[in-house]
Write a protein that binds this ligand. Structure first.
Ligand SMILES: Cc1cc2nc3c(=O)[nH]c(=O)nc-3n(C[C@H](O)[C@H](O)[C@H](O)COP(=O)(O)OP(=O)(O)OC[C@H]3O[C@@H](n4cnc5c(N)ncnc54)[C@H](O)[C@@H]3O)c2cc1C
Length: 422
């Protein structure tokens, strides 16, 4: 938890300080988007990045993993990752060349609530991201077979037998793609179903499909001893935790090692003028959430309002086929006693899906008694694109009868959504 301001801070020599409008810690999707947006709005920005710009997402997360998903073999995946990542990184570097932005390639540390290293500013945004949560079992950091997602992406040879601890998003994506590359994959999960954020019906169908294709799932199984796992490589995919650092206490902000930094609806911390966006606040660990939180925080600094609705946060899981969701699951609707109707639609009944040979998939669309769309969960080829359409409809409070009146191109997978309400 937070502690008092650093009592040494008054002793810092203020003469060596440079003043700016905004200091940002971290140049991942949250940090670089905040910098880009703030600079375009006329603020002078200093961005600290202790590693590569682009953060987890670009260097060891979303982009490398999706390059793997869209490669035919392990060898091709590695080669393409080596091309795609630097290309995108160069793109982020060029964004940060804006005349209002100064990129400082070092770790930023709070001296006090207005000072990071040698820069002082009335506004500071913390966008330091997250790191792997390692299961607290013996040998987890010493057994050479155990890697996290970054370690797995560094492997030069395809593991023959890959065990994955955790059937969340990261575990399921790697299970799917490494199985296709030819590894023998076993997923070990403590819970009874994979992907807890996904509707359990959809998650079960997806798991059963991957099981049928040859991935072994050991559900309701707690890993207690690594020696019990018979594999060449073990992926630790038991989640991520906010990356907080001890000097945050010098700023006086409230934070928790496990849950991250406490923030309000504008992503302002308990100290006025200091914001925490992206994974570090532990709210929605997604790249697009980090980017939109960046916009909200900068708007708040500028005294502007916006209409971003953070309760409509679509997410995708890039297994093969992919899965996606927005809004509550059916179980959550039931638990909360919400009155709802569920409309279903299937990939196998869609002309484009049949033409593509991608007939596995199901969509569930939930609406309230007035027909207003509450959410959508699906698995099937390009389900993320379909769920994205639902997110837009939800932002506009669209009803299913309004959706039924909207023309959808034939033949496209988007007709799967329309078919659910016809
Ligand atoms: C394997 C994997 C796959 C993923 N796939 C997806 C996906 O498909 N879609 C999706 O939406 N999300 C995905 N994510 C999650 C996504 O990567 C994160 O939600 C996103 O990167 C969070 O952005 P951020 O800006 O908060 O932090 P990060 O991207 O983690 O960036 C933080 C940056 O801050 C830097 N930093 C930390 N401390 C300091 C400091 N004190 N000073 C200076 N710099 C500092 C770090 O070096 C880093 O560059 C994935 C994650 C992983 C691990």
């Amino acid at each position: 938890m937070s502690s008092q301001r650093n009592i040494l801070s008054p002793l810092i020599n203020r003469c060596s300080m440079t003043t700016t409008d905004l200091v940002i810690l971290g140049a991942g999707p949250g940090g670089y988007r905040a910098a880009e947006y703030a600079a375009k709005q006329g603020l002078k920005v200093v961005v600290f990045e202790g590693s590569e710009v682009g953060g987890t997402c670009l260097n060891v997360g979303c982009i490398p993993t999706k390059t793997y998903v869209h490669s035919a073999s392990f060898a091709e995946a590695r080669q393409r990752m080596g091309e795609v990542v630097p290309q995108l990184r160069a793109g982020v570097e060029s964004i940060l060349l804006h005349p209002n932005i100064t990129l400082v390639k070092e770790t930023g540390r709070f001296i006090d609530a207005n000072t990071v290293n040698e820069f002082t500013a009335p506004h500071i945004i913390i966008a330091t991201g997250s790191e792997t949560k390692w299961l607290p079992i013996e040998g987890v950091r010493t057994d050479p077979r155990v890697v996290d997602s970054t370690g797995l992406l560094q492997q030069e040879a395809l593991p023959k037998r890959l065990a994955i601890i955790g059937a969340g998003v990261i575990g399921m994506e790697f299970a799917s793609v490494f199985h296709r590359f030819g590894s023998e994959v076993t997923v070990i999960e403590y819970l009874k179903e994979c992907l807890p954020a996904l509707d359990s019906d959809i998650a079960k169908r997806l798991r059963k499909l991957l099981e049928k294709r040859g991935i072994t799932f050991k559900m309701k199984t707690a890993v207690e001893n690594l020696a019990d796992i018979d594999a060449d490589l073990i992926l630790m995919a038991t989640g991520r935790k906010p990356r907080v650092q001890p000097d945050f206490a010098n700023a006086g902000i409230e934070y928790d090692e496990r849950k991250g930094i406490s923030v309000d609806a504008n992503f302002e911390t308990t100290v006025k003028g200091i914001y925490a966006i992206g994974d570090v606040n532990g709210m929605q660990m997604l790249a697009h959430a980090a980017e939109m939180q960046a916009v909200r925080a900068v708007n708040h600094i500028l005294g502007k309002t916006d209409a971003i609705n953070f309760s409509i946060m679509p997410a995708a899981i890039f297994t093969e086929p992919e899965a996606a969701c927005v809004g509550p699951t059916e179980d959550q609707l039931k638990e909360k006693g919400v009155a709802y109707t569920c409309k279903k639609s299937f990939w196998r009944a869609n002309g484009k899906a049949l033409a593509m040979g991608e007939t596995e998939g199901m969509l569930k669309l939930f609406c309230d008694p007035d027909g207003v769309i509450l959410g959508c969960h699906a698995y099937g080829s390009h389900s993320a694109d379909i769920v994205q359409e639902v997110s837009v409809l939800m932002c506009k409070h669209t009803t299913i009868s309004e959706l039924a009146d909207m023309v959808h191109i034939h033949p496209t997978l988007s007709e799967i959504l329309k078919n659910a309400v016809d």
